[in-house]
Design a protein around this ligand. Structure first.
Ligand SMILES: Cc1cc2nc3c(=O)[nH]c(=O)nc-3n(C[C@H](O)[C@H](O)[C@H](O)COP(=O)(O)O)c2cc1C
Length: 416
């Protein structure tokens, strides 16, 4: 979320004190945070505390002429990539659901065309009241994103749902909503509405492998790891516990994911097996099919006549995970990077490897897919081949994980 602009609206709930920690955490992740306090919010935290943490004046008044002249409620929303309401009081939810705009916070919320994420916080009776329930349904229909509330002991001494999501959880939801460049803001998942992988374990392999030839040389391929890392990110955003086993890449570790770094195919297989059991395994790594049959102990010397390199087959991670028996993940997904007969090869690969789904992509250099930010895939399942339109790797990851979450629900409907 580096350099993303977040407009934080702090409502008048007891959880408002947590908004200070939220600002700190968002800023630690590189976001720029601007804050609006409702009149009631200012009873719980001072504009000064928020201003100091945001390193910018916290806004409070719709009719502060100076602000209206210089910045205005329209500009406040226009300048943001994402609006976050935390805590979102019952009152704010009601006003948002009915399109009221009687103060700065609600005027901004009505004026914005940016994604809005709310973190409700209220007494359990307020949360369970029919009016709040109606408002929440209406807001979800309007495309508002929700994070929380959680269940637990409340400041008022009661127990139940209504506790604001912890700041770390809100930051993850924000990260999930902000994917791509500033000009290319995308909404990743409707956390509270759409597919969920909460409670599920997902293993993703990503990147190339490096197979040593001698102490200074290795065999490798052009995989960047962008697709695998996007898949791990998308799975984590849907609430899964994710292990990402990655070969050498120059990408940041996705947030909220446990990352195991390996070099060779054999290490990747061992790490994937060690991460079991899992509900879903996604083999997106471009695993080298071969390694040097013997790694030379010393740098191989140049000879005029050239050198013959003897290669040995590497283990097949996708086939191994697909054939695990009782320990087999419910859904095993492989990738087929092909340069010819893409679909036919992917269909054959699905059967040969025993995988459930194969994502086929055409990696001829002219497609720009290998190493690029966009992709164009066909999804091969037992029911046939689906041709997906060109999209970013993040979008593809979101779509695939959303399909995967539906599929595993169908695979095990009533058992959970
Ligand atoms: C001590 C105290 C704690 C409150 N805590 C909450 C709360 O957690 N959630 C909530 O929805 N309202 C809470 N309220 C009520 C709101 O402050 C009140 O509805 C207010 O009008 C909300 O204004 P706002 O939505 O513009 O911020 C609390 C009120 C008081 C006095």
């Amino acid at each position: 979320m580096h350099r993303k602009r977040i407009l934080l609206i702090v409502g008048g709930g007891i959880a408002a004190y947590k908004s200070l920690d939220l600002v700190r955490r968002l800023k630690e992740r590189g976001a720029r945070v601007r804050a609006i306090l409702t009149k009631a919010g200012a009873e719980f935290v001072t504009p000064l505390s928020l201003s100091v943490l945001c390193e910018e004046k916290a806004f409070t008044d719709l009719f502060d002429l100076k602000d209206e002249a210089e910045i205005g409620h329209i500009r406040l929303s226009r300048d943001a990539d994402l609006v976050v309401v935390a805590p979102a009081t019952a009152d704010l939810l009601a006003k948002m659901a009915h399109g009221l705009a009687g103060d700065l916070a609600t005027a901004v919320l009505l004026a914005t065309d940016k994604p809005v994420l709310v973190a409700p916080a209220m007494n359990v009776r307020m949360w369970e009241h029919a009016a709040t329930k109606r408002n929440v349904v209406r807001l979800k229909e309007d495309g508002i994103y929700f994070v929380g509330p959680g269940e637990g002991e409340m400041a008022c001494g009661e127990y139940g749902p209504g506790r604001m999501a912890e700041p770390a959880e809100i930051v993850e939801a924000v990260a999930g909503l902000l994917v791509g460049g500033a000009e290319n803001l995308r909404v990743l998942s409707r956390t509270a509405l759409g597919p969920s992988l909460r409670g599920k374990r997902v293993i993703v392999t990503s990147g190339p492998t490096h197979e040593p030839v001698d102490p200074v040389r290795y065999l490798a391929n052009r995989s960047s790891g962008k697709q695998g890392h996007a898949l791990a990110r998308a799975a984590a955003t849907l609430g899964a516990e994710v292990t990402l086993v990655t070969g050498p890449v120059s990408l940041e570790d996705p947030a909220g994911v446990s990352v195991v770094k390996v070099e060779t195919a054999e290490q990747m297989l061992a790490a994937a097996l060690a991460a079991l059991p899992a509900d879903i395994a996604i083999c997106a790594a471009a695993v080298a099919d071969w390694r040097a049959a013997e790694e030379a102990g010393q740098k191989i010397k140049k000879r005029e006549s050239g050198t013959t390199l003897k290669l040995a087959r590497n283990p097949d991670i996708l086939a191994t995970l697909s054939a695990l028996g009782a320990n087999r993940p419910q859904l095993v997904i492989g990738f087929a990077a092909e340069t010819e007969n893409v679909v036919a090869n992917a269909v054959a690969k699905r059967t040969a490897k025993g995988a459930d789904w194969i994502v086929a992509n055409d990696v001829r250099p002219e497609t720009g897919i290998m190493g690029g930010d966009r992709t164009k895939v066909q999804l091969v399942t037992a029911s046939g081949v689906e041709d997906w339109p060109a999209m970013s790797k993040d979008e593809m990851a979101e779509r695939l994980l959303s399909r995967a979450s539906e599929a595993i629900l169908k695979l095990r409907p009533a058992a959970e």
